[in-house]
Design a protein around this ligand. Sequence first.
Ligand code: GLA
Length: 372
Amino acid sequence: MREVEGRAAEAYRKRFDADPEVVASAPGRVNLIGEHTDYNGGFVLPCAIDRRVAVAAGRGEGILYSADFDETRPLTPEEKNSWADYPRGVAWALGEAGCAIGPFRAAFAGEVPRGSGLSSSAAIEAATALALGALFGLEVDRKDLARICQRAENEYVGVQSGIMDQYASLLCHEGAALLVDCRTLEAEDVPLDLEGAGLVLLVCDTRVERGLAGTGYNERRRSCEEAARRLGVRELRDATEDDLPKLSGELLRRARHVVTENGRVLEAARALRAGDYASFGRLMYASHASLRDDYEVSTPQLDAFVECAREIGAPGARLTGAGFGGCAMALVEAGRAEALARRARERFSACGFREPLFYRFLPAPGAEVLVL
Ligand code: GLA
Protein backbone atom coordinates (compact mmCIF):
# COMPACT_ATOMS: atom_id res chain seq x y z
CA MET A 1 0.00 0.00 0.00
CA ARG A 2 1.16 3.50 -0.73
CA GLU A 3 1.43 5.94 2.16
CA VAL A 4 -1.70 7.85 1.11
CA GLU A 5 -3.68 4.60 0.81
CA GLY A 6 -2.51 3.62 4.28
CA ARG A 7 -3.70 6.96 5.62
CA ALA A 8 -7.16 6.48 4.10
CA ALA A 9 -7.39 2.94 5.51
CA GLU A 10 -6.27 4.13 8.93
CA ALA A 11 -8.77 7.00 8.88
CA TYR A 12 -11.52 4.51 7.98
CA ARG A 13 -10.60 2.25 10.90
CA LYS A 14 -10.55 5.13 13.34
CA ARG A 15 -13.72 6.78 12.13
CA PHE A 16 -15.84 3.66 11.62
CA ASP A 17 -14.21 1.24 14.04
CA ALA A 18 -13.99 -1.46 11.35
CA ASP A 19 -11.69 -2.54 8.54
CA PRO A 20 -12.37 -1.16 5.06
CA GLU A 21 -13.43 -3.64 2.36
CA VAL A 22 -11.64 -1.87 -0.48
CA VAL A 23 -8.97 0.79 -0.86
CA ALA A 24 -8.53 2.66 -4.13
CA SER A 25 -6.34 5.55 -5.17
CA ALA A 26 -6.12 7.72 -8.24
CA PRO A 27 -3.57 10.29 -9.39
CA GLY A 28 -3.79 13.92 -10.37
CA ARG A 29 -2.40 14.84 -13.78
CA VAL A 30 -0.44 17.37 -15.71
CA ASN A 31 -1.41 18.02 -19.27
CA LEU A 32 1.63 18.08 -21.53
CA ILE A 33 -0.24 19.82 -24.32
CA GLY A 34 -3.79 20.18 -25.65
CA GLU A 35 -5.51 22.75 -23.46
CA HIS A 36 -9.21 23.60 -23.77
CA THR A 37 -9.47 21.17 -26.65
CA ASP A 38 -11.25 18.30 -24.88
CA TYR A 39 -14.68 19.93 -24.81
CA ASN A 40 -14.26 20.80 -28.47
CA GLY A 41 -13.94 17.17 -29.51
CA GLY A 42 -10.18 17.57 -29.95
CA PHE A 43 -6.94 16.01 -28.71
CA VAL A 44 -5.14 16.08 -25.36
CA LEU A 45 -1.89 14.59 -24.08
CA PRO A 46 -1.84 14.36 -20.27
CA CYS A 47 0.18 12.16 -17.95
CA ALA A 48 -0.53 11.03 -14.40
CA ILE A 49 1.56 12.44 -11.55
CA ASP A 50 2.79 10.68 -8.44
CA ARG A 51 0.40 12.52 -6.14
CA ARG A 52 -2.82 10.68 -5.41
CA VAL A 53 -6.15 10.76 -3.63
CA ALA A 54 -7.03 7.55 -1.77
CA VAL A 55 -10.33 6.25 -0.49
CA ALA A 56 -11.04 3.39 1.89
CA ALA A 57 -14.62 2.18 1.65
CA GLY A 58 -17.06 -0.39 2.94
CA ARG A 59 -20.78 -1.07 2.97
CA GLY A 60 -22.48 0.99 5.66
CA GLU A 61 -24.45 3.95 6.74
CA GLY A 62 -23.82 6.62 4.09
CA ILE A 63 -21.06 8.65 5.72
CA LEU A 64 -18.08 10.36 4.12
CA TYR A 65 -15.03 11.30 6.16
CA SER A 66 -12.05 13.38 5.05
CA ALA A 67 -8.82 12.78 6.95
CA ASP A 68 -7.33 15.96 5.46
CA PHE A 69 -10.13 18.21 6.72
CA ASP A 70 -10.98 15.97 9.72
CA GLU A 71 -14.57 16.43 8.69
CA THR A 72 -17.59 14.13 8.40
CA ARG A 73 -20.34 14.70 5.83
CA PRO A 74 -23.45 12.70 5.04
CA LEU A 75 -23.60 10.91 1.69
CA THR A 76 -27.04 12.37 1.12
CA PRO A 77 -26.37 16.03 0.62
CA GLU A 78 -27.34 18.94 2.71
CA GLU A 79 -26.06 22.04 0.92
CA LYS A 80 -23.41 21.63 -1.77
CA ASN A 81 -19.99 23.23 -1.91
CA SER A 82 -17.50 20.94 -0.24
CA TRP A 83 -15.10 18.12 -1.06
CA ALA A 84 -17.99 15.71 -0.42
CA ASP A 85 -19.76 16.84 -3.62
CA TYR A 86 -17.28 14.81 -5.69
CA PRO A 87 -17.93 11.39 -4.10
CA ARG A 88 -21.63 12.20 -3.83
CA GLY A 89 -21.68 13.18 -7.49
CA VAL A 90 -20.01 9.90 -8.47
CA ALA A 91 -22.52 7.85 -6.43
CA TRP A 92 -25.32 9.81 -8.11
CA ALA A 93 -23.88 9.40 -11.62
CA LEU A 94 -23.33 5.65 -11.11
CA GLY A 95 -27.00 5.38 -10.16
CA GLU A 96 -27.99 7.38 -13.25
CA ALA A 97 -25.94 4.96 -15.37
CA GLY A 98 -28.05 2.11 -14.01
CA CYS A 99 -25.45 0.73 -11.59
CA ALA A 100 -26.91 -0.70 -8.41
CA ILE A 101 -24.94 0.67 -5.51
CA GLY A 102 -26.04 0.39 -1.92
CA PRO A 103 -25.25 2.64 1.02
CA PHE A 104 -21.54 2.93 1.77
CA ARG A 105 -19.14 4.73 4.02
CA ALA A 106 -15.78 6.02 2.99
CA ALA A 107 -12.70 7.78 4.29
CA PHE A 108 -10.52 9.95 2.05
CA ALA A 109 -6.91 11.11 2.20
CA GLY A 110 -5.15 13.11 -0.46
CA GLU A 111 -1.80 14.50 -1.53
CA VAL A 112 -2.79 16.24 -4.78
CA PRO A 113 -2.61 19.99 -4.19
CA ARG A 114 -6.17 21.34 -4.32
CA GLY A 115 -7.27 24.20 -6.52
CA SER A 116 -3.96 24.20 -8.40
CA GLY A 117 -5.02 22.75 -11.71
CA LEU A 118 -3.52 19.31 -11.02
CA SER A 119 -6.97 17.69 -11.01
CA SER A 120 -7.50 16.81 -7.40
CA SER A 121 -11.21 16.71 -8.24
CA ALA A 122 -10.81 14.08 -10.98
CA ALA A 123 -8.57 12.09 -8.62
CA ILE A 124 -11.20 11.93 -5.89
CA GLU A 125 -13.86 11.07 -8.47
CA ALA A 126 -11.78 8.34 -10.08
CA ALA A 127 -10.77 6.81 -6.74
CA THR A 128 -14.40 6.82 -5.58
CA ALA A 129 -15.68 5.29 -8.82
CA LEU A 130 -13.11 2.52 -8.75
CA ALA A 131 -13.75 1.78 -5.07
CA LEU A 132 -17.52 1.63 -5.54
CA GLY A 133 -17.11 -0.52 -8.62
CA ALA A 134 -15.11 -3.05 -6.60
CA LEU A 135 -17.35 -2.78 -3.53
CA PHE A 136 -20.56 -3.46 -5.41
CA GLY A 137 -19.14 -5.78 -8.08
CA LEU A 138 -19.97 -3.46 -10.98
CA GLU A 139 -18.83 -4.53 -14.42
CA VAL A 140 -18.00 -1.12 -15.81
CA ASP A 141 -14.83 -0.59 -17.80
CA ARG A 142 -12.53 2.30 -17.08
CA LYS A 143 -13.54 4.39 -20.06
CA ASP A 144 -17.16 4.22 -18.96
CA LEU A 145 -16.18 4.99 -15.38
CA ALA A 146 -14.36 8.07 -16.66
CA ARG A 147 -17.51 9.25 -18.42
CA ILE A 148 -19.53 8.63 -15.28
CA CYS A 149 -17.05 10.74 -13.30
CA GLN A 150 -17.26 13.47 -15.93
CA ARG A 151 -21.03 13.44 -15.62
CA ALA A 152 -20.68 13.84 -11.84
CA GLU A 153 -18.51 16.90 -12.41
CA ASN A 154 -20.74 18.37 -15.14
CA GLU A 155 -24.18 17.78 -13.71
CA TYR A 156 -23.64 17.36 -10.00
CA VAL A 157 -20.76 19.73 -9.22
CA GLY A 158 -21.72 22.06 -12.07
CA VAL A 159 -18.44 22.51 -13.97
CA GLN A 160 -18.75 21.87 -17.70
CA SER A 161 -15.34 20.21 -17.86
CA GLY A 162 -14.28 17.90 -20.66
CA ILE A 163 -13.14 14.29 -20.34
CA MET A 164 -9.39 14.84 -20.04
CA ASP A 165 -8.84 14.77 -16.29
CA GLN A 166 -10.96 11.69 -15.60
CA TYR A 167 -9.40 9.85 -18.53
CA ALA A 168 -5.91 10.73 -17.35
CA SER A 169 -6.59 9.64 -13.79
CA LEU A 170 -8.18 6.31 -14.76
CA LEU A 171 -6.26 5.34 -17.91
CA CYS A 172 -2.69 6.64 -17.69
CA HIS A 173 0.25 4.29 -17.28
CA GLU A 174 3.63 4.74 -15.69
CA GLY A 175 6.28 6.05 -18.06
CA ALA A 176 3.78 7.21 -20.67
CA ALA A 177 1.56 10.09 -21.65
CA LEU A 178 -1.95 9.36 -22.91
CA LEU A 179 -3.02 10.67 -26.31
CA VAL A 180 -6.80 10.98 -26.19
CA ASP A 181 -9.11 11.67 -29.09
CA CYS A 182 -11.89 13.34 -27.13
CA ARG A 183 -14.46 12.70 -29.83
CA THR A 184 -14.02 8.97 -30.37
CA LEU A 185 -12.70 8.57 -26.81
CA GLU A 186 -9.91 6.37 -28.10
CA ALA A 187 -6.76 6.62 -26.04
CA GLU A 188 -3.25 5.37 -26.64
CA ASP A 189 -0.03 5.46 -24.66
CA VAL A 190 2.81 7.61 -25.92
CA PRO A 191 6.01 6.41 -24.21
CA LEU A 192 7.66 9.20 -22.29
CA ASP A 193 11.07 8.26 -20.94
CA LEU A 194 12.03 11.61 -19.47
CA GLU A 195 14.63 10.10 -17.18
CA GLY A 196 16.36 8.46 -20.14
CA ALA A 197 16.49 11.85 -21.86
CA GLY A 198 17.85 13.54 -18.71
CA LEU A 199 14.73 15.71 -18.42
CA VAL A 200 12.11 16.40 -15.76
CA LEU A 201 8.80 18.15 -15.63
CA LEU A 202 9.12 21.00 -13.18
CA VAL A 203 5.68 22.21 -12.15
CA CYS A 204 5.30 25.67 -10.67
CA ASP A 205 2.22 26.11 -8.53
CA THR A 206 1.53 29.84 -8.54
CA ARG A 207 -0.80 29.38 -5.57
CA VAL A 208 -3.39 31.53 -7.21
CA GLU A 209 -6.15 29.13 -6.25
CA ARG A 210 -9.38 28.72 -8.04
CA GLY A 211 -12.27 26.33 -8.34
CA LEU A 212 -13.30 26.21 -11.98
CA ALA A 213 -16.94 26.97 -11.19
CA GLY A 214 -15.89 30.51 -10.26
CA THR A 215 -13.78 31.26 -13.36
CA GLY A 216 -14.39 32.01 -17.03
CA TYR A 217 -14.21 28.27 -17.82
CA ASN A 218 -17.88 27.74 -18.61
CA GLU A 219 -17.92 31.01 -20.56
CA ARG A 220 -14.96 29.89 -22.72
CA ARG A 221 -16.86 26.74 -23.46
CA ARG A 222 -19.91 28.71 -24.58
CA SER A 223 -17.76 30.89 -26.88
CA CYS A 224 -16.41 27.77 -28.56
CA GLU A 225 -19.91 26.45 -29.14
CA GLU A 226 -20.92 29.79 -30.61
CA ALA A 227 -17.85 29.85 -32.90
CA ALA A 228 -18.63 26.31 -34.11
CA ARG A 229 -22.25 27.31 -34.79
CA ARG A 230 -21.16 30.29 -36.85
CA LEU A 231 -18.75 28.15 -38.84
CA GLY A 232 -21.43 25.56 -39.44
CA VAL A 233 -19.37 22.72 -37.92
CA ARG A 234 -20.40 20.27 -35.24
CA GLU A 235 -17.49 21.16 -32.95
CA LEU A 236 -14.32 23.23 -33.35
CA ARG A 237 -12.53 19.91 -33.88
CA ASP A 238 -14.01 20.04 -37.38
CA ALA A 239 -12.80 23.57 -38.19
CA THR A 240 -9.54 24.29 -40.04
CA GLU A 241 -7.33 27.35 -40.25
CA ASP A 242 -8.99 28.18 -43.57
CA ASP A 243 -12.31 28.63 -41.77
CA LEU A 244 -10.99 31.17 -39.31
CA PRO A 245 -11.32 34.32 -41.45
CA LYS A 246 -15.10 33.83 -41.24
CA LEU A 247 -14.87 34.85 -37.59
CA SER A 248 -13.72 38.05 -35.96
CA GLY A 249 -12.83 39.52 -32.59
CA GLU A 250 -13.07 37.38 -29.53
CA LEU A 251 -14.66 34.39 -31.26
CA LEU A 252 -11.84 34.37 -33.81
CA ARG A 253 -9.22 34.33 -31.08
CA ARG A 254 -10.92 31.56 -29.12
CA ALA A 255 -11.40 29.39 -32.21
CA ARG A 256 -7.86 30.04 -33.46
CA HIS A 257 -6.47 28.73 -30.19
CA VAL A 258 -8.50 25.53 -30.40
CA VAL A 259 -7.76 24.85 -34.07
CA THR A 260 -4.01 25.46 -33.76
CA GLU A 261 -3.77 23.64 -30.42
CA ASN A 262 -5.28 20.47 -31.90
CA GLY A 263 -2.59 20.53 -34.58
CA ARG A 264 0.09 21.02 -31.95
CA VAL A 265 -1.05 17.99 -29.93
CA LEU A 266 -0.74 15.66 -32.91
CA GLU A 267 2.66 17.10 -33.78
CA ALA A 268 3.75 16.82 -30.16
CA ALA A 269 2.79 13.14 -30.02
CA ARG A 270 4.84 12.52 -33.17
CA ALA A 271 7.79 14.41 -31.68
CA LEU A 272 7.65 12.40 -28.44
CA ARG A 273 7.49 9.12 -30.32
CA ALA A 274 10.62 10.19 -32.19
CA GLY A 275 12.32 11.27 -28.94
CA ASP A 276 12.51 14.79 -30.37
CA TYR A 277 12.20 16.83 -27.19
CA ALA A 278 13.43 20.02 -28.82
CA SER A 279 10.44 20.09 -31.19
CA PHE A 280 8.14 19.02 -28.40
CA GLY A 281 9.39 21.90 -26.24
CA ARG A 282 8.84 24.46 -29.01
CA LEU A 283 5.25 23.28 -29.28
CA MET A 284 4.84 23.84 -25.55
CA TYR A 285 5.98 27.46 -25.84
CA ALA A 286 3.66 27.98 -28.81
CA SER A 287 0.77 26.51 -26.82
CA HIS A 288 1.43 28.92 -23.99
CA ALA A 289 1.48 31.93 -26.30
CA SER A 290 -1.83 30.84 -27.80
CA LEU A 291 -3.43 30.36 -24.38
CA ARG A 292 -2.14 33.75 -23.29
CA ASP A 293 -2.98 35.82 -26.35
CA ASP A 294 -5.91 34.05 -28.01
CA TYR A 295 -7.64 32.09 -25.29
CA GLU A 296 -6.78 34.65 -22.58
CA VAL A 297 -6.58 32.26 -19.67
CA SER A 298 -3.03 32.99 -18.51
CA THR A 299 -2.02 35.17 -15.58
CA PRO A 300 1.04 37.37 -14.92
CA GLN A 301 2.41 34.64 -12.63
CA LEU A 302 2.07 31.87 -15.23
CA ASP A 303 3.67 34.12 -17.87
CA ALA A 304 6.53 34.98 -15.52
CA PHE A 305 7.37 31.32 -14.95
CA VAL A 306 7.32 30.56 -18.67
CA GLU A 307 9.62 33.53 -19.31
CA CYS A 308 12.05 32.31 -16.63
CA ALA A 309 12.09 28.89 -18.31
CA ARG A 310 12.88 30.48 -21.65
CA GLU A 311 15.66 32.57 -20.11
CA ILE A 312 17.47 29.56 -18.69
CA GLY A 313 17.10 27.71 -22.00
CA ALA A 314 14.53 25.08 -20.95
CA PRO A 315 13.34 23.16 -24.05
CA GLY A 316 9.68 23.98 -23.31
CA ALA A 317 7.22 25.54 -20.87
CA ARG A 318 3.55 26.41 -20.70
CA LEU A 319 0.65 26.82 -18.35
CA THR A 320 -1.03 23.49 -17.66
CA GLY A 321 -4.68 22.82 -16.91
CA ALA A 322 -7.41 25.37 -17.33
CA GLY A 323 -5.36 28.48 -16.50
CA PHE A 324 -6.87 31.37 -14.52
CA GLY A 325 -4.20 30.69 -11.87
CA GLY A 326 -2.99 27.24 -10.90
CA CYS A 327 0.14 25.74 -12.42
CA ALA A 328 2.67 26.18 -15.18
CA MET A 329 5.19 23.55 -16.14
CA ALA A 330 8.59 23.38 -17.78
CA LEU A 331 10.35 20.56 -19.54
CA VAL A 332 13.87 21.09 -18.30
CA GLU A 333 17.20 19.28 -18.05
CA ALA A 334 17.27 17.55 -14.67
CA GLY A 335 20.42 19.44 -13.70
CA ARG A 336 18.83 22.83 -14.48
CA ALA A 337 15.54 22.39 -12.61
CA GLU A 338 16.86 23.84 -9.38
CA ALA A 339 18.26 26.90 -11.19
CA LEU A 340 14.88 27.46 -12.83
CA ALA A 341 13.04 27.19 -9.52
CA ARG A 342 15.47 29.68 -7.95
CA ARG A 343 15.09 32.15 -10.79
CA ALA A 344 11.30 31.90 -10.68
CA ARG A 345 11.25 32.40 -6.91
CA GLU A 346 13.31 35.56 -7.28
CA ARG A 347 11.17 36.84 -10.15
CA PHE A 348 7.95 36.21 -8.23
CA SER A 349 9.29 37.99 -5.19
CA ALA A 350 10.45 40.99 -7.27
CA CYS A 351 6.99 41.22 -8.84
CA GLY A 352 5.25 41.01 -5.47
CA PHE A 353 3.61 37.64 -6.32
CA ARG A 354 2.95 34.96 -3.74
CA GLU A 355 5.87 32.58 -3.24
CA PRO A 356 5.37 29.69 -5.66
CA LEU A 357 5.69 25.97 -4.88
CA PHE A 358 7.60 23.55 -7.11
CA TYR A 359 7.10 19.88 -7.84
CA ARG A 360 9.07 17.52 -10.05
CA PHE A 361 7.05 14.84 -11.74
CA LEU A 362 7.71 11.78 -13.81
CA PRO A 363 4.79 10.03 -15.58
CA ALA A 364 3.15 7.89 -12.88
CA PRO A 365 0.62 5.01 -12.80
CA GLY A 366 -3.12 5.62 -13.09
CA ALA A 367 -5.86 4.62 -10.63
CA GLU A 368 -5.61 1.32 -8.75
CA VAL A 369 -7.88 -0.61 -6.43
CA LEU A 370 -7.17 -3.18 -3.72
CA VAL A 371 -9.87 -5.51 -2.46
CA LEU A 372 -8.98 -6.44 1.11
C1 GLA B 1 -9.84 21.57 -16.81
C2 GLA B 1 -10.96 20.65 -17.26
C3 GLA B 1 -10.51 19.78 -18.45
C4 GLA B 1 -9.92 20.65 -19.55
C5 GLA B 1 -8.90 21.62 -18.99
C6 GLA B 1 -8.40 22.60 -20.01
O1 GLA B 1 -8.79 20.82 -16.31
O2 GLA B 1 -11.37 19.84 -16.20
O3 GLA B 1 -11.59 19.02 -18.91
O4 GLA B 1 -10.92 21.31 -20.26
O5 GLA B 1 -9.41 22.36 -17.90
O6 GLA B 1 -7.68 21.95 -20.99
